[in-house]
Design a protein around this ligand. Sequence first.
Ligand code: GLU
Length: 489
Amino acid sequence: MSVITRFAPSPTGMLHIGGARTALFNYLFAKRHNGKFLLRIEDTDRARSSDEATAAILEGMDWLGLTPDAPAVMQFDQAARHTEVALDMIARGTAFRCYATPEELQARRDLGEEKRQAAKADGISDDAKAALLAEANALLAPYRSPWRDGAPAPSRDAPYTVRLRAPDGGDRMLEDGVQGRVTIQASELDDMILLRADGTPTYMLAVVVDDHDMGVTHVIRGDDHLRNAFRQIPIYEAMGWDIPKFAHVSLIHGPDGAKLSKRHGALSTLAYREMGYLPEAMKAYLLRLGWSHGDQEIFTEAEATALFDIEGINKAPARLDLEKLGQINSHFIRATDDARLFDLLLPYLESNAPVSDAETVRIRAAMAGLKDRGTTLPELAEAFAFLRDIRPIQMNKKARKSLSEEGLDRLAGLRDELQQLRQWTAETISHVISSYCADHDLSMGQVGQPLRAALTGGLPAPDIAPVLEWLGQDEALGRIEDQTAKARD
Ligand code: GLU
């Protein structure tokens, strides 16, 4: 059997990170088994669904590289097929026409509520109380229609809904891939509506028909759908269809252990793109958010594809941990090749001013040396700020202090030596600086500090020789000259 999974978001908002994780798990499981990963947009709730939300979900999936293996199925477009299945179920005797009106059903619930309240009244006997409660419970129990066994219609043109004939009695058991064995009583299930009085199919019917028609073998989704599985399985049974394997993943919680909500910060997947996280880091983080394999923390996509399994999904809810996401992001930033990293950084570098050609050359030259200087892209972009066209350079207090008369003399001397250099590499530059220090009986700090001040404004830059290399000979000497000339004026 070839594995087919699906992600089935409702287009009522953004792709939140819980949804992205569900999509990722389905994607990886399909890839692991050389199967197919499908996408279904569950847009049957016409009032709440929107094209914008569909576009946002697709954009989020695209950013994460979770490409489905076939064009998305739009659920609303399958309505005729959903209806056809409901009618087929009537023919099989597994569904029926129910003529109860909404008013009757409401009256039934109201009566149940009344009896429940009446049972609480003072001064009634225990027996009377028990009888009232029993009546209330029967009225408020999941609805079993009087038409379930084929009672005739009250009139020829009486409006009706089509309901599933729910399983009669006993236990209903689900072997869930994550939650283990889950059992409920059949009496907890109602004769649920498949077609409304206006003939439109319900969501619960649509999900099952679509999953069947798409050939879905494994349903991996949030555990907020666990109870739905018990309502959906009878539809498969009624149609004699193969039941997919279910795996209900526990929802994501915030760092405080409470269910994830807006107050825990960004919930939208694309917000993480805006904050400067790489898609591969986000994916690696979401993977670990609820799935583990030994104590390995970071997985490339190839590793995840080779290893992902349902057994590794943890039953306990995972907690969002932004510090960990930051660590994983740093890891993937360092692993990103220089050319791509430059492209990723460009929007952040250009947030103030366009990047000139000369700046581009310097930033590209520094890419390998500075890529470990930030957890997110905007933070990293900051580390490149000193390579911009920023002369005369802004200096911090300490830097200014290092440019004393003595400091400037040393800089002037060093500049003369550096000017002679024909080959401008960190190695040759470093050699010149060391010889200069040795010749003038100076420590590295005595030369390095003023040099750093002139070149970077005093940033705690990495080794100074590479900084000169990245700046290039003209810019580096120009920056030194800016300071020494100022002193001469
Ligand atoms: N459309 C449902 C949701 O957005 C998912 C249904 C399912 O996976 O079966 O939560």
